[in-house]
Design a protein around this ligand. Structure first.
Ligand code: ATP
Length: 511
């Protein structure tokens, strides 16, 4: 590895987040939604490059999950389903997060993300501090405690704050914990359940019967179509149904950029297996491994991927096991991809709710059963962010500092940039134009004829374009060849157009 290709850092620093948010805005990856009206919290718009990158993530998943496997088929179900779907699935009754209100500021917090602790000076409790969960909350709490000690002019040793979740607060503590908004105690309510589903009305009359919900996950669309799919395609257990689509959750505290938003996109797959107790553990492990390998294959840094195995006493009553693949984001290690073993809970619920049989006849075994499922469920936006974290480097090339996104060619929003050396030589421009048209039929290509060549390279490095092709005087005067410049190494190779097409195809689409 040359100096230029060495990773610039090991673990993502907390500051990286601000850098990435600024890069996304500056280069057209992601904008706050409705920005000219002041924005709307928890919603984001993907700009020209973001739309490409997001589409490439979804295409890669669909190709590998659906098109390149014989045992998985795709589905695209409606966002709004019959409200009974959400009653049967348990979302109307139980899809909630514990919420705390600050009565003074009118701000809301998730109780499980709000932490508090006593300020203890020389063994005596002199107050309380509160912080919102993140990687630096302990130091933040200790700083706040020190301020309280100074303000009260207390002498003696300040103990490190022992933080605990507001979920574990005793009733008498609710009035003592300061609101994160005002810094004063007395305004926080006890935690209460808040349903995360967005409600809407279907049809012209607005009454109780017209209430409908925006789907909070894509999975239920799969379960309610189980019979349609088995009746219409030739799938046989074990098999999967995959779906990509928008999901909506009225998150109490959307935060960390696109990590937790109110409108996001999911890629979910339900893998149906026979009910026998000895089948699911192996299938579960295989799916965990598949998901991890896939994340690495699209360019997530392996050392930033972890796993969180849910302890059995924390599982939902119907769930047999659940492992989350996590990612070390700049704000801490968080869930990226949940791989759950859901038994036959969902199909059974919809069978009871609809009165329609969702049983499956297994021809090989000559028996009828309600299949069980393994569910790998991941958020596109969380992968998007993990890819940026993995790909962002600051290094030096040709004696110049640069920012580079080392996105894999398969995922990069722009695959190739065509850079004619000058724009005032008609034959040279004509050659570049022709090449542009040829490449555009296959890839998302960018044409840039303005400015110094070094600056044009830097602009492409910053948005992750893996290949730049320059057309120069030699091209038209001598050899009909172009120069292919590689983003990561800066290596330059002289190639004929035919050789270029072949090289690009191998590198972008794979051998
Ligand atoms: P969390 O505990 O972080 O709220 P969850 O366990 O509720 O997530 P699931 O219901 O399992 O999440 O959803 C599957 C996947 O959808 C998650 O692993 C995540 O990648 C993505 N996801 C869930 N909620 C959001 C959100 N608000 N914004 C972006 N992605 C999300």
């Amino acid at each position: 590895m040359s100096d230029a290709t060495k990773p610039a850092q090991n673990l993502p620093s907390p500051e990286l987040m601000a850098t990435l948010v600024a890069l996304c805005k500056r280069r057209g990856f992601i904008f706050p939604a409705s920005e000219i009206y002041g924005g709307i919290q928890g919603f984001f718009d993907y700009g020209p490059l973001g739309a490409e990158l997001k589409k490439n993530i979804k295409d890669a998943w669909w190709q590998d999950m659906v098109q390149r496997r014989d045992d998985i088929v795709g589905l695209d179900s409606a966002i709004i389903q019959h409200p009974k779907v959400w009653h049967s699935s348990g979302h109307v009754g139980g899809f909630s997060d514990p919420m705390v209100d600050c009565k003074v500021s009118k701000l809301r917090y998730r109780a499980d993300q709000l932490f508090f602790g006593q300020v203890i000076v020389a063994g005596e409790t002199v107050g309380y501090v509160s912080v919102l969960e993140d990687a630096t909350m302990q130091s933040e709490a200790d700083e706040k405690a020190l301020k309280i000690k100074k303000k009260l002019a207390k002498q003696g040793e300040l103990a490190p704050v022992q933080l605990k979740s507001y979920m574990d607060a005793r009733p008498e503590e609710y009035a003592l914990v300061p609101s994160p908004a005002t810094g004063e105690p007395g305004s926080l309510t006890p935690p209460r359940a808040f349903n995360l589903m967005f409600q809407t009305q279907v049809g012209p009359v607005s009454d109780d019967a017209s209430v409908a919900y925006l789907r909070p996950e894509t999975a239920q669309g799969i379960f309610v179509n189980f019979k349609n799919v088995t009746d219409s395609s030739r799938v046989k257990v074990p098999f999967g149904i995959a779906q990509i689509g928008k999901a909506f959750r009225n998150e109490i505290t959307p935060r960390n950029f696109i990590f937790r938003s109110r409108e996001f996109e999911q890629m979910e797959m339900e893998y149906f297996i026979p009910p026998d107790d000895d089948i699911w553990p192996k299938a579960h492990q295989e799916w965990i491994q598949w998901c991890k390998n896939w994340l690495i294959s699209i360019g997530l840094r392996e050392e930033l991927i972890g796993a969180d195995v849910h302890p059995s006493d924390k599982l939902a009553h119907y769930s047999k096991a659940c492992t989350d693949l996590t990612f070390k984001y700049p704000f801490g290690e968080q869930e990226l991809w949940g791989i759950a073993v859901r038994g036959n809970f969902d199909l059974t619920q919809h069978q009871a709710g609809s009165g329609k049989s969702l049983e499956y006849f297994d021809e090989a075994r000559k028996e009828k059963y309600t299949p069980h499922v393994i569910e790998p469920a991941v958020g596109v936006d969380r992968i998007f962010l993990a890819l940026l974290v993995s790909a962002y480097y600051e290094d030096e090339m040709d004696g110049e500092k640069r920012v580079v996104l080392r996105l894999s060619p398969r995922l990069a929003p722009i695959k190739v940039a065509i850079l004619p050396l000058v724009k005032n030589k008609p034959e040279l421009v004509a050659f570049a134009d022709k090449l542009h048209a040829q490449l555009q039929r296959r890839y998302n290509v960018f044409y840039d004829a303005a400015g110094a060549i070094g600056r044009r390279y830097r602009r492409m490095d910053e948005v992750g374009t893996p290949f730049c092709v320059t057309v120069d005087f030699d091209t038209i005067e001598k050899d009909n060849k172009v120069t292919l410049r590689e983003r990561d190494s800066g290596a330059q190779t002289r190639l004929s157009v035919e050789e270029l097409m072949k090289t690009l195809e191998d590198r972008i689409l794979g051998p």
